[in-house]
Design a protein around this ligand. Sequence first.
Ligand code: AMP
Length: 132
Amino acid sequence: MNKNIFEKIRDGEEKADIVYKDDYITAFKDIDPNAPVHILIIPNKKIESLNDIQEEDSSYLSNILLGAKKIAKQFNIDQSGYRLITNCGSDGGQEVQYLHFHLVGGLKLGKMISLSKSEKKKFNELKSLQNK
Ligand code: AMP
């Protein structure tokens, strides 16, 4: 089977700015950052998305959180604060089919969810219908 971009980065077959690696996770700089610090953390085991995690993956998942903490300290944002995000599926905006967590920080992050005006209008309409 063809490897996707994150599998190739994990295996050292595609160039990336790797900032941290251990037995469980690989972390590298996002190629198109949205913040001064924007790191992607992946488990070394290929898992497509949060929908696909299994009980036996728990050591990979816990090491993602422990790794995020270490990397935040490495980039000096542990005290100022940061956000850890995973996108799942189409509505979540997942583009790469390999579970990954965005660690972002280095500036004041805006609202957690930013909807376009039309999406917000649709959402408010739906809410008012449900309240009737
Ligand atoms: P998502 O939309 O959550 O699937 O995020 C995918 C992320 O991968 C995006 O932020 C991209 O900028 C990033 N990305 C795609 N290709 C690469 C690459 N070769 N190296 C580093 N980051 C990448």
